[in-house]
Each structure stands twice: as C-alpha cells, then as structure tokens.
Write a protein that binds this ligand. Structure first.
Ligand code: GLN
Length: 452
C-alpha cells in the first residue's frame, strides 16, 4: 500500500540520509494523509516523488537552500508540476538539498547542509540538484524532480549514476519554480531508469496557462517508441565535445557506449558545433543577468528574511540581503547587475544574446544531418568536496558540455554509461549525454533506452 511504501521510505531515509544528507526535510504525516485518498489506478498511483527545494508545494517549506527563506517561508500554492504529479496519483515527498537558488555545480553552495555522493562520501553529488540525484542513487527516493538552468539535472545525475532529463524549454511548466534564469530554467525528472524518466515526464509535460513561456503542443506517449532501438538512426559526434581536458575514464566509457549504439545499428556521424567554445562565457553573462533581476524580489519585505534592526527602508533591503544571501548568490547578482548596467549592456548582454543565437543555429544545422547528438556530460567524474572552494571559475568551466542545451532550448538527457577510477576513488559513475532537436523527447528517450 502507499502508506506502507511511505513508511519504508521514511525508515530508509533515517537509516541512510545522515551520511548523504540529500533531504532537507520531509513530512510523513501529510504524505500519509494524502496516501489515504490516492487513486492507485492512476499512472503514478501512490508513488512518492522527492522534490528539489525550489519547487513550491502547498503548505511545505521552499528554502532554495538559502538562509533567506529557511524557517520563514511556507508555499501558499502548488507549482504546475506538483499539480500535475498529484493528478497522476503521485505523492510529493521530501524537500531536496540544492545549491542556493540553484547556483552551482556541487551542492556545496547550499547554505543549509552538505550533500555527499553515495558512491564516495568524500565527493560531491554534483549540482545544483545534488539532493535529488543523491537520494535516487542512494535508494532513499524512487524518483525526484530537479531543475536545470545549465546542467543542474544532468550533471548530478551523471556524478551519482542515475538518469536525468532536461526537457525542451517550455515543455514543462515553470509556474511555481523559484526563478533563477527564466529563459534557461526547466524542470525535469531524475530516475533510476530511462523508462521511469519517460513516465515522470509524461506526468509533468504539457501546457500551463500560468507560465507564459509554456508550449501549447500535444504531448506524445513517451513510452510508445522507447523500445524502437537505434537501427538506422544517425547519431552525431561533435568534435568540440571530445577535445582536450576530458578525463580518460570518462572518454573511454562514453566511447564504449557510442560503440554499443553502433553495434545496435546506429550510424555514427562526425559533426561540428563551432560555437561551443563560447557557451560558458555566454551563459555566465545571461544567467547572472536574469538572476540579478529575478532575485530583486528578495527585498526583506515580500518574502522570508527581514532584518529587524534596520533604520529605514533602504537599510531593510541592504541588511536583509546581506545576511540572507550566501557568497555565490552575491557574486552572481553583482556580475549580473554589472553586465546589465548602462555602458556595459551592449558590450556584454546584447553580445551574449547574439552568440546565444549562433549556438542555437549550430544545433539546428547539426540536426539537419543527424537524429541525435552524443557527448560526455561532464569532463570528469565527481570531484572531491572542497576542491574548488578557492576558485569558483573551475566549476563554471566544468559546465561546458551541458550549458549549450539550455542556451538553445533543446532537450538533453544524462544516462549512466560505466564507472571509472578517478583521483584516488575506485568506482565513480560516468554519464553519456544525448541531445535531441526541439520537442524531440521521444527520440531522446529512444536513444537513451538503447544506451542504457
Ligand atoms: N552550474 C550552473 C550554474 O551554476 C548551472 C546551474 C543550474 O543548472 N541550475 O549556473
């Protein structure tokens, strides 16, 4: 029964999560109450799903792993995806740790707790959806939702050895997702298998009039062609994604997986995506610019933390934000404000928007030749905790393979493809990334299933 499932899940969380620390909180009582009236005939009937802590769920905290919202904010409504999950019979269960406001690649920027990789507790789970990925890998969640602005579903999935899918921009409603960079953000599933990813995507995809960027396109049956295989498909290998700086164990496992797809009858086609080298720079102008605007709502008046000692309104803003935001969030706000300021706007922001178009064009041209594209997810397996604390730029650079999909708005998935030793650890998971054209989730899942 759903109640028994929830109770077993809760006891596995209390047994294992003290090491992994993927869960910020969970509310067994509310979930059990919900389980009483759940319809088991529904596609996800009675299934508990863990939720990244930046997706609003009625009556629950939504901290975004920030001191700004911790203890002071309770969601007054359900996000679009939560509404859809409930309609499909699922039970949202657990609030998952993340980088503060989804800014980071390691979940080390959480202001609340440190999530550890279940494969090696001295290593990061990846980020920003590190809690979601670690719980699915650890067996303390059946499936989870994450959000992906520049890789935050796919990279932690790869580091933890689970499946992570970022849908086409607009495929899944962003209503009720706390905005980081609105033109890049997308919610998606982290699961134990490609079949599960298809099931969860089925439940959450579709139009939502409360999100003005939501696509009003029919939702196909994502499981119907998932077993069709790759025979006769053309799969592109972009030269730019296999250059220097990739760990040998990552390269070997990804190449082994490409060979496996070839053995199943796929045609492997070398392609080129020439603007790839500009993706990181472009993203780190556009994402902070949008973040600086989105985070202006955290003013000490409307949400969460309010400084009580301030002498006037400006002082309320200053002090509330000074205490409420962590260092990475402040860095992004300053960077974003700078690139949007008069005199620099054209040099940085407008130029980045132009390069973004060129990156999207690269993909459109490539998809005239191939059905899907294959690449690594990240240049290395999960690094040690603390290894980048002095140099955030190192983490920015490691987003190189995931960021372009967000800039172009196309769907992408990370699928486990093997394990490797790295930097003193024996068996760390490696993921392969598959990218498909706009609204090509069926193709994405079909190739992913063959790669699995
Ligand atoms: N690592 C990237 C960043 O820090 C992506 C984060 C995300 O996808 N939310 O911006």
């Amino acid at each position: 029964t759903p109640a028994k499932l929830l109770e077993e899940l809760a006891s596995s969380i209390s047994a294992k999560d003290s090491i992994t620390q993927a869960y910020i909180s969970y509310n067994l009582e509310t979930a059990l109450r919900e389980a009483e009236s759940v319809d088991l005939e529904k596609p996800l009937g009675g299934l508990p799903i863990a939720i990244k802590d930046n997706i609003n769920t009625l009556g629950e905290p939504c901290t975004c792993s920030s001191k700004f919202l911790e203890k002071t904010f309770t969601s007054p409504y359900d996000a679009g995806v939560i509404k859809k999950l409930r309609e499909a019979g699922a039970i949202p269960f657990g609030r998952m740790n993340m980088d503060e406001f989804a800014m980071g690649s390691a979940t080390e920027n959480s202001a609340l707790q440190l999530t550890r990789n279940p494969h090696d507790p001295d290593r990061i789970a990846g980020g920003s959806s590190g809690g979601s990925a670690a719980a699915v890998a650890d067996g303390t969640a059946f499936a989870a939702l994450g959000s992906d602005t520049g890789g935050s579903i796919r990279q932690p999935a790869s580091h933890c050895g689970v499946v992570g899918l970022k849908p086409t921009y607009g495929r899944v409603s962003r209503f009720g997702l706390v905005a980081f960079a609105s033109s890049l953000d997308q919610i998606g599933p982290l699961t134990r298998s490609v079949d599960d990813a298809a099931l969860i995507l089925q439940a959450i995809a579709g139009h939502d009039e409360r999100d003005s960027t939501s696509l009003d396109a029919p939702v196909p049956d994502y499981s119907s062609k998932i077993n069709d295989g790759v025979r006769g498909l053309k799969l592109g290998i972009p030269a730019e994604y296999f250059g220097d700086g990739i760990h040998e164990g990552v390269r070997e496992n990804v190449e082994k997986c490409i060979q496996k797809l070839k053995d199943q009858g796929a045609e492997i086609v070398p392609i080129t995506l020439p603007y790839t080298s500009h993706a990181v720079a472009t993203y780190y102008v556009i994402a902070p610019a949008e973040a600086s605007s989105n985070l202006s709502r955290f003013d000490g008046i409307r949400y969460g933390n309010r400084d009580k000692t301030a002498s006037d309104i400006i002082d309320v803003y200053h002090r509330s934000r000074e205490v409420g935001f962590g260092p990475e969030v402040k860095r992004r706000i300053i960077l974003g404000t700078y690139v949007l300021s008069s005199g620099y706007y054209d040099a940085y922001y407008t130029r980045a928007q132009k390069v973004r178009q060129l990156i999207a064009r690269d993909f459109r041209q490539a998809f005239q030749q191939v059905d899907a594209i294959l690449s690594p997810v990240a240049p290395t397996p999960a690094r040690k905790i603390g290894a980048c604390s002095e140099d955030p730029l190192q983490d920015y650079l490691s987003d190189i393979f995931t960021i372009a999909a967000n800039l172009a708005g196309i769907p992408a998935i990370s699928v486990p493809c093997g394990k490797t030793s790295y930097d003193g650890s024996e068996e760390l998971p490696v993921g392969i990334q598959i990218l498909a054209p706009h609204l090509g989730e069926e193709m994405l899942l079909r190739v992913a299933k063959a790669a699995e």
